[in-house]
Design a protein around this ligand. Structure first.
Ligand SMILES: Cc1cc2nc3c(=O)[nH]c(=O)nc-3n(C[C@H](O)[C@H](O)[C@H](O)COP(=O)(O)O)c2cc1C
Length: 404
C-alpha cells in the first residue's frame, strides 16, 4: 500500500455551475440521515471519573457538534471494567453510566449533529498510564481501589512488548459472557440516545487481539484458522446487532493492516461476513498491534490509510469510512470524488480546529449562510462574510497580506 498523496494542483473552487461537493451532501444510513460526510473520529479523552462521563465530555462532544460535523462518534467506551485502558476511560458496563452519556448524546443532537459512540475493550492493553504520562503499565496504588477487577485478559497469555505484564488467557467458558457484555453495552448506548454505534475491532485491542495470529495462539475454536480467529468478532457483531435497533447504523473499525499477520485480504473476508450480519460501514484504520494506534503500521503521510477504505469499498461493496491524516477540505473531497470512501473521519485536525467542518464548507464554496453551525455563530459569521470586504478567515492565509 502506498501513501495517499493529493496532487498539489488539485484545488476545488466551487462556482454556481458546479454540483455541491460530496463532502457536504447528506447521507442516509438505515433510518438516520447525516447532514454531511464529515465524521469526528472516536478519541479517548482520558477524563472520565471511575467510568462516568464528566463536563469535559459534554464540552468536547458539544464543540465538535457545534463545529458542523455530520456525525460525532464519542470515544471507545468500555463494555467491561477490565477493558479500561487508563484510569480516565469512559464506561458503559453498568446502567448507572447511561444518564451521563445521555446528556452528551442529547447535547450533540441539539447542535444538529448525529450522536455516535464507539464500544471498546482494551484486552491486554488495559491498565496503563495515560499517553502523556508515558503509557507504561500501571502499578498497584492507593488511587486504584479495584486492582484485581481491572485484570488484563486476552485470547492468549502473550504480552507485547514482552517486558509488559502478561494478560491471562480467557477460558473458553468465559467468552460467551464477554460477548454478552458487548450486547448489553449496545442496549445501553441505545437507551442513552446514540444513533450510530461503532464496534472497535482495531488498534491491538481485544477484538483485534483475537483476529491477529500475532496475539492469538489459541488451539480451541477461537484460534488457529482465519475463520476461528474471526469468531469472537463475529459473535460480538451478532450480539450487538441483536440489541441495537434495526433502524440505527452499525460501524466496525478494523486495523485493515496490522503488519503482524492480519491484512487487507483477511479484513475483506471479515467485511463480507459482517456486511451480511448488518454492519453498514467499515471504518478503515491500521496498526496498533505492535505500536501506537495512531501512528500506523505503514508509511505515514496524508491519507495514509485511504487505500484500505478504497479496497474494501471496491472489493466487498460495503460503505467505508476513511481516516488518518485527512487534513484539508480538498483532500477529503477528492477521496469521496474518487470513490475511495463514503465518509471522512477526522481526529487530530479537529483538535487543531474544532470548526473544521464549517471551515471546509467555506473552502469548498458552500454554506455561505453558515447553517452548519449554531445560529449565535452563524448569524455573525454570515454577516461578516457578506458585509466586510477584503477580510478572510484566519485559516485561509498566514497573516494580513501573507499568502499561505
Ligand atoms: C487523542 C486521541 C484519542 C484517540 N482515541 C481513539 C479511540 O477512542 N478509539 C479509536 O478507535 N481511535 C482513537 N484514536 C485514533 C483516531 O480515531 C484516528 O484513527 C487517528 O488519530 C488517525 O486520524 P487523524 O490523523 O485524523 O488523527 C485516538 C486518537 C487521538 C489523537
Amino acid at each position: 500500500m502506498t501513501c495517499q498523496g493529493i496532487p498539489p494542483s488539485h484545488h476545488i473552487t466551487k462556482d454556481t455551475d458546479m454540483a455541491d461537493p460530496l463532502l457536504f451532501t447528506p447521507m442516509a444510513l438505515r433510518g438516520i440521515t447525516l447532514k454531511n460526510r464529515v465524521v469526528i473520529a472516536p478519541m479517548h479523552q482520558y477524563s472520565a471519573v471511575k467510568g462516568y462521563a464528566t463536563d469535559w465530555h459534554l464540552m468536547n462532544a458539544g464543540r465538535f457538534a457545534a463545529g458542523g460535523a455530520g456525525l460525532v462518534i464519542m470515544e471507545s467506551t468500555k463494555v467491561e471494567r477490565r477493558g479500561c485502558g487508563t484510569v480516565g476511560d469512559l464506561g458503559i458496563w453498568k446502567d448507572d453510566f447511561v444518564p451521563g452519556l445521555k446528556r452528551c448524546a442529547e447535547f450533540i443532537r441539539r447542535h444538529a449533529a448525529v450522536p455516535g459512540i464507539q464500544l471498546g475493550h482494551s484486552g491486554r492493553k488495559a491498565r496503563r498510564l495515560r499517553p502523556w504520562e508515558g503509557g507504561a503499565p500501571l502499578k498497584p496504588s492507593a488511587e486504584i481501589d479495584d486492582w484485581e477487577a481491572w485484570e488484563l485478559v486476552a485470547p492468549s497469555a502473550l504480552s507485547a512488548p514482552e517486558s509488559d505484564p502478561a494478560p491471562r488467557a480467557l477460558a473458553r467458558a468465559e467468552i460467551g459472557k464477554l460477548v454478552e457484555a458487548w450486547g448489553e453495552a449496545a442496549r445501553r448506548a441505545d437507551e442513552a440516545g446514540f444513533d450510530v454505534l461503532e464496534v472497535h475491532g482495531a488498534h491491538g485491542y481485544l477484538i483485534h487481539e483475537f483476529l491477529s495470529p500475532f496475539s492469538n495462539r489459541r488451539t480451541d475454536d477461537y484460534g488457529g484458522s482465519e475463520r476461528n480467529r474471526m469468531r469472537f468478532c463475529i459473535e460480538v457483531v451478532e450480539a450487538v446487532r441483536a440489541k441495537w435497533p434495526q433502524d440505527k447504523p452499525l460501524f466496525l473499525r478494523l486495523s485493515v493492516e496490522d503488519n503482524a499477520g492480519w491484512g487487507p485480504e483477511q479484513s475483506a473476508d471479515l467485511a463480507r461476513i459482517v456486511k451480511d450480519m448488518g454492519v453498514d460501514v467499515i471504518d478503515c484504520s491500521s496498526g496498533g498491534m505492535t505500536g501506537s494506534p495512531v501512528i500506523s503500521a505503514g508509511p505515514v503521510g496524508y491519507g495514509y490509510q485511504v487505500p484500505y477504505a478504497a479496497k474494501l469499498r471496491a472489493e466487498v461493496g460495503i460503505k467505508t469510512m476513511a481516516v488518518g491524516l485527512i487534513v484539508h477540505a480538498d483532500q477529503a473531497e477528492t477521496i469521496l470524488a474518487q470513490g475511495q470512501a463514503d465518509l471522512i473521519a477526522i481526529a487530530r485536525e479537529v483538535l487543531y480546529n474544532p470548526n473544521w467542518p464549517m471551515d471546509a464548507a467555506q473552502k469548498l464554496g458552500v454554506d455561505r449562510e453558515f447553517t452548519s453551525v449554531p445560529s449565535p455563530q452563524a448569524y455573525w459569521l454570515a454577516k461578516r462574510a457578506s458585509a466586510v470586504k477584503g477580510v478572510v478567515p484566519s485559516t485561509f492565509q498566514r497573516g494580513i497580506g501573507q499568502a499561505r
